[in-house]
Design a binder for this molecule. Structure first.
Ligand SMILES: [Zn+2]
Length: 168
């Protein structure tokens, strides 16, 4: 349920939260997908194995599967708040915790561009998303977009890193 572009948020966020380890931010950016792996393995969410994908057609759902527990908007807000709460217990830094929560929520925003089967609440609620993956051009766009934002995120990360080193 994702592209590599999600990691961009983690890399970029590191520039404003130098105290937080990079891996924490990268894991936060994939919160929804990690939960999806957990939930589909334990049967809480249906496995989306009825998906076809190629560069001409993009990704097509032969049956629309929704994953409300890992990818619903409502639960994504809840997970982000939990992630921010856990971060606060570790770092006692409100700003850094909010940032980690925001990185977690950024996953949903990017998935919104990509998918068209994101429930607002739970099963049976409205499914939203621009669904760019569902057309060849859209899928190509998202692939390039993912690579570009990841590159930008990594550049922001390294620029901040070299600036900090200069100061020392
Ligand atoms: Zn996802």
């Amino acid at each position: 349920m994702s592209g590599i572009g999600h990691l961009a948020a983690g890399f970029a966020a590191k520039s404003t939260a130098p105290k937080i380890p990079l891996w924490v931010l990268l894991v936060a950016s994939e919160t929804n997908d990690l939960l999806y792996l957990l939930f589909s393995a334990t049967g809480i969410e249906p496995k989306a194995d009825i998906v076809t994908m190629d560069f001409v057609q993009g990704v097509r759902f032969s049956a629309v599967v929704s994953n409300p527990w890992s990818h619903g908007l409502f639960m994504s807000v809840v997970w982000s708040a939990i992630v921010a709460g856990i971060a606060f217990l570790f770092y006692w830094d409100r700003r850094a915790s909010m940032l980690i929560g925001a990185v977690a929520l950024s996953h949903w925003a990017l998935d919104f561009l990509m998918h068209s089967n994101l429930p607002i609440f739970f099963d049976g609620s409205l499914l939203v998303g621009l669904g760019l993956e569902n057309s060849g051009m859209g899928f190509l766009f998202m692939t390039i977009f993912d690579i570009v934002i990841l590159a930008v995120g990594v550049i922001i990360y390294f620029r901040a890193k070299s600036k900090r080193n200069e100061k020392i």
